[in-house]
Design a protein around this ligand. Structure first.
Ligand SMILES: [Fe+2]
Ligand SMILES: [Fe+2]
Length: 142
């Protein structure tokens, strides 16, 4: 499958953002004391892992390598997760609402801009709804 530069760039960016999202949640779980809230965050982290692996497979199917910058996103996710955790539960939730809302805005823009296959488009639309759900879940806990 041939891929234009813009679409290739978007798929790489999606992968990077999901790498970051997984690390944010992974490093924040310990900041929550309530077992029900912890398990919600573990579910969100697993959902982000599913997003990340799906984008990995989209890149592979198109013969595109992930961007060499992906480890920076991994690191930024760790730093954001740890810093928000230092300030406790409410900072974690407020941070995650901001991150998820930003992700949803980027997903919407990328969905309009990229030349995706029907299958990719369906998954990306579903993931956009997942990000909105994550944000709504954290809002409900505040
Ligand atoms: Fe995601
Ligand atoms: Fe999310």
């Amino acid at each position: 499958m041939s891929t234009d530069r813009r679409t290739a760039g978007i798929l790489k960016k999606f992968f990077n953002l999901e790498v970051m999202a997984v690390q944010i949640y992974r490093t924040q779980v310990g900041a929550l004391a309530d077992p029900a809230e912890r398990s919600m965050m573990v579910s969100a982290m697993k959902n982000e892992e599913h997003h990340r692996e799906t984008f990995r497979s989209f890149l592979r199917a198109r013969g595109i390598s992930p961007s060499p910058q992906w480890p920076i996103y991994w690191l930024v996710g760790q730093v954001l997760g740890r810093i928000t955790s230092l300030f406790g539960r409410r900072a974690v939730l407020r941070g995650d609402i901001a991150f998820e809302d930003k992700a949803a805005r980027e997903y919407s823009a990328f969905l309009r801009e990229g030349a995706f296959t029907e299958q990719e488009r369906a998954f990306i639309g579903e993931f956009l709804e997942d990000e909105k759900k994550h944000s709504a879940n954290w809002r409900n806990l505040l």
